[in-house]
Design a protein around this ligand. Structure first.
Ligand code: NDP
Ligand code: MG
Length: 381
């Protein structure tokens, strides 16, 4: 097992659970970062005494610096500070920052030669081409934390030849609005959209689950992580979130990973791979659930899934564009400024208007992100 770890986005839902796993296994924490919530970060610094910590928000960083002046932890600020933390000497860097803000730190961590435990799916959606190539060049592993991708990764153990993989099957809970039609979703409230049936997560991904944009993003994430074409990645709605995803092999044998819905399993596996250790997660009692159900997604109502599929198939900057539109629209919805269905409208608009460029740079990805965000804002306001 690794001995040292950095947690980027340590104050969030995944970050806090990652520190729980680290505490349980006595991992040395080298670096911690947050966006702005310094109360939580201060407590984490006092417990884990990392060499360095960073806060993206400059003002909050200044305040934290004063507060933890009595500890050995050096406090950095801004995106640059977060990237410096990512480049610390930890064996593994767990990235649980939300959104495109996670991309530059992922690149910094890979450049510094740390393995990556990746929760931040937007990193691969927008910058998959660069992240995967750089990881290969530097010889670092990108281990999935996202539960579906961890399930696929676990189901791939023992597969000697990638050619034997026929299909990846991502499961989706369907979110709080499964079974509803488009007309019924026009006026849903933020509270209704935040009410996820199976998982307790950060606000952005919870809304992504309600629109099922999350499954579209995960399709692109899986395509990059496992080098599969989008046409060989299927999605099936599984309301109970017990079967976390599956791999179909050339002989039509299907291998799946099951467990209660608890992110501490995939987080721990990304840190202990290829070994397994005890965890505080509840045992799975299948008889408690009795019935597991599997259904086709309603692609008409949850149009974001296929918009992401199309973006990935078009390639280039299209995935970065749909990701940017979604991030902005998701935020506007949470601020009460636009309706629920406007999120899919924004994503669709980005797919129509994204800059077309086959030979693109990482700089183009960030530029597209800025461009599509401001375009999305103008679309509604
Ligand atoms: P949260 O919103 O709970 O946490 C996000 C973290 O990122 C916080 O530490 C936050 O800091 C930090 N952050 C926010 N903005 C910035 C910024 N501009 N720069 C640096 N740091 C920032 O999100 P989750 O933990 O739910 O999700 C994190 C990632 O993991 C997402 O990409 C999500 O899709 C993915 N994921 C999450 C799952 C879950 O169960 N939660 C499951 C699978 C994937 P602060 O607290 O100060 O705002
Ligand atoms: Mg997931």
């Amino acid at each position: 097992m690794i001995k040292s770890l950095a947690v980027l986005g340590s104050t969030g839902s995944i970050g806090v659970q990652a520190l729980e796993v680290a505490r349980l296994h006595g991992l040395k924490i080298e670096a911690l970062t947050a966006g702005s919530r310094i109360d939580i970060l201060e407590n984490q610094i006092r417990e884990f005494l990392p060499a360095v910590a960073a806060v993206a928000d400059e003002k909050a960083a200044r305040e934290l610096k004063v507060r933890v002046a009595d500890t050995p932890t050096k406090v950095l600020s801004g995106e640059k500070g977060v990237c410096e933390c990512a480049a610390c000497s930890a064996e593994s860097v767990l990235n649980s920052i939300v959104g495109i803000a996670g991309l530059a730190p992922t690149v910094s961590a890979i450049e510094a030669g740390s393995d990556i435990a990746l929760a931040n799916k937007e990193t691969l959606v927008a910058g998959g081409k660069f992240v995967m190539a750089l990881a290969k060049e530097k010889g670092v592993s990108i281990l999935p934390v996202d539960s579906e991708h961890s399930a696929i990764f676990q189901s791939l153990q023992g597969c000697a030849d990638k050619k034997q993989i026929k299909r990846l099957i991502l499961t989706a809970s369907g979110g709080p609005f499964f079974g509803k039609k488009k007309e019924e979703l026009e006026n849903v409230t933020i509270e209704q959209a935040l009410n996820h049936p199976n998982w307790s997560m950060g606000a952005k991904i919870t809304i992504d689950s309600a629109t099922m944009m999350n499954k579209g993003l995960e399709l692109i994430e899986a395509a990059w992580l496992f080098g599969m074409p989008a046409k060989d990645i299927d999605i099936v709605v599984h309301r109970q979130s017990i079967v976390h995803s599956l791999v179909e092999y050339s002989d039509n044998s299907v291998i799946a990973q099951l467990g209660v819905p608890d992110m501490r399993i995939p987080i721990q596996y990304a840190l202990t791979y290829p070994d397994r250790f005890e965890s505080p997660v509840r045992q799975l009692d299948l008889t408690e659930f009795g019935t597991l159900t599997f259904e086709k997604p309603d692609y008409e109502t949850f149009s974001c899934i296929n918009l992401c599929r199309r973006a990935f198939e078009k390639g280039g900057l299209y995935p970065a564009a749909v990701n940017a539109a979604n991030e902005k629209a998701n935020e506007l919805f949470r601020q009460g400024k636009i309706g629920f269905l406007d999120i899919a409208r924004a994503v669709s608009n980005a797919l129509e208007t994204a800059p077309q460029k086959n030979d693109y740079s990482l700089g183009d990805v960030f530029e597209t992100d800025r461009l599509i965000r401001s375009q999305t804002e103008r679309l509604f306001l």
